[in-house]
Design a protein around this ligand. Structure first.
Ligand code: PLP
Length: 429
């Protein structure tokens, strides 16, 4: 296929995430990628600021990860996980148990982040069923969150961003506390937890779990909230006998400056969801970790088993590459890399604060966000970034980046420089 044929067929027949068929925006065909660069079929190279939605933490086509995948494919690409096991799954589970907060000793592998969230929610319901409290099957979350695109994940994602009105009558209706207002580095104010604590106090008899993204709210608004908020949530969950599900699908594996964002608050959740960066961006895989007591309680209740089992559960290719990716991360100096990226993003994006169209610039770990006053015009801004040689994919009012951890200082400067320039030029339009 020529690049033109490829794009023409794509335009006629392929859906892309959150896009219109009748008013399609341009898409760009990627021929290959290495390190932090995407190579388009027309020969252009783009510095990738998105790490393919948080996942490609070591850069593209990492020699070790690619070799691991090839070697595993030569031995065992897939086998059902019902009644069978294999070394990639066991090795990966052992690394995850070792590096996640203490007490999360059981691992359930799922095939995507959304499925992991569903699994976590089902675990919480089955836990209280086993505990003889079957009335506890509702969920409490906070506004501005994002937990995935399937129905139950949507039901705990922000009701406005997630267009819950469109799905009224189909989506279960759960409880939403106000979004946290104290930012990560703000002075803590006790009133920030009032909405949450009122809801948990009023509804705990029917609540099985609180689900939230610790510290960093991702696709629901790219907000960084105060660690004290999370500590209070943990204490309230304990006080009212409600499980805490931490969705670290976006934040896991170093992105926020800690290996897991819960560590900012020294909080251990009862159930932890991981995904995105788990395989270093090679393939789709997710994991749900929980405490032994949760597993035991589920096993005590009727029907005595946890009711879930994906066809591609613990896929050996995905587990092998994930295990290699986790080892690679642990052996790297990721803390220093993230610190350096944080400083460069802070410096490089600071000039955006002078633009009238910019509401706020915020940085945490290897995440940089420019929040605009109005939604950006994707039809003009996307080609403008590509023209400048960078891949940045805004949504709504958010222009944000979360680069691969291996991005050089020079490339970070090019990336942030391009963002400042493009936003300044868009302002003139
Ligand atoms: C991306 C994401 C999900 C959904 O993961 P998928 O792999 O896209 O299904 C869930 N929760 C959070 C916090 C995410 O960032």
């Amino acid at each position: 296929m020529t690049p033109e044929e490829l794009l023409a067929y794509d335009k006629e027949h392929l859906w892309h995430p959150y896009t219109s068929i009748t008013l399609p925006l341009s898409v760009y065909a990627v021929e290959s990628a290495a390190g932090v660069r995407l190579r388009l079929t027309d020969g252009r190279e783009l510095i990738d600021g998105m790490a393919s939605w948080w996942s490609v933490i070591h850069g593209y086509n990492h020699p070790l990860l690619t070799a691991t995948l090839q070697e595993q494919a030569g031995r065992l690409s897939h086998v059902m996980f019902g009644g069978l096991t294999h070394e990639p799954a066991v090795q990966l589970a052992r690394s995850l148990v070792d590096i996640t907060p203490a007490g999360l000793d059981l691992v359930f592998f799922a095939d995507s982040g959304s499925v992991a969230v569903e699994v976590a929610m089902k675990m919480a319901i089955q836990y209280y069923h086993g505990a003889g409290k079957p009335a506890k099957k509702q969920f409490l979350t906070i506004r501005s969150g994002y937990h995935g695109d399937v129905f139950h994940c949507m039901s705990v994602s922000d009701p406005v961003n997630g267009m819950h009105s469109l799905f009224t009558g189909v989506l279960p209706e759960y409880f939403f506390a106000d979004k946290p207002q104290c930012a990560f580095a703000d002075e803590w104010r006790d009133d920030d937890i009032v909405s949450f604590s009122e809801l948990i106090e009023r509804h705990h008899h029917e609540l099985c779990a609180v689900i939230l993204e610790p510290i960093v709210q991702g696709a629901g608004g790219m907000r960084f909230y105060h660690p004290e908020y999370l500590r209070r949530v943990r204490a309230l969950c304990d006080q009212y006998d409600v499980l805490l599900i931490a969705d670290e699908i976006a934040t896991g594996f170093g992105r926020s400056g800690k290996l897991f964002a819960c560590e900012h608050a020294d909080v251990v959740p009862d159930i932890l969801c991981l995904g995105k960066a788990l395989t270093g961006g090679y393939m789709s895989l997710a994991a749900v970790l929980t405490k032994r007591i949760v597993g035991e309680m589920i096993s005590k209740g009727d029907p005595g088993v946890f009711m879930h089992g994906p066809t591609f559960m613990a896929n050996p290719l995905a587990c092998a590459v994930a295990h290699a990716s986790v080892q690679l991360l642990l052996e790297s100096n990721w803390q220093e890399q993230i610190k350096a990226i944080e400083q460069k993003l802070e410096q490089g994006l600071a000039p955006c604060r002078d633009l009238a169209t910019v509401k706020e610039v915020r940085v945490l770990g290897a995440i940089g966000v420019v929040e605009m006053r109005e939604a950006v015009d994707m039809a003009s801004i996307q080609p403008a970034f590509v023209e400048k040689g960078v891949w940045v994919r805004p949504f709504g009012r958010l222009v944000y980046v979360m680069p691969p951890y291996c991005m050089s200082t020079e490339d970070l400067q090019s990336l942030t420089g391009a963002i400042c320039q493009v936003l300044a030029e868009e302002q003139q339009l």
